[in-house]
Design a protein. Structure first.
Length: 81
């Protein structure tokens, strides 16, 4: 995943600001949502997303603590938790 912009990182740090995410395709919305979810998982908290978009998973693989997810949009998410 590409590095987050300062605004994106601010939203990850304060998920209540996620409602501010309104942008065109390819702007990095999915990356921000994924980072919020990973942060919540590390902290042992839950997070709920309500979106107008459908994030369909096309591929998923897990090896140890490494997760590989590919969305139907073509976005690929690699995570180690």
């Amino acid at each position: 995943m590409k590095p987050l912009s300062q605004l994106q990182q601010d939203i990850v740090n304060d998920p209540a600001r996620a409602k501010l995410i309104q942008a065109v395709a390819g702007s990095g919305k999915t990356e921000v949502l994924v980072q919020i979810a990973l942060k919540a998982a590390r902290e042992g908290t839950n997070v709920l997303f309500v979106t107008k978009a459908h994030l369909k998973i096309a591929e998923f693989a897990k090896s140890g603590n490494h997760y590989h997810t590919k969305l139907s949009s073509g976005a690929v998410i690699e995570a180690v938790v």
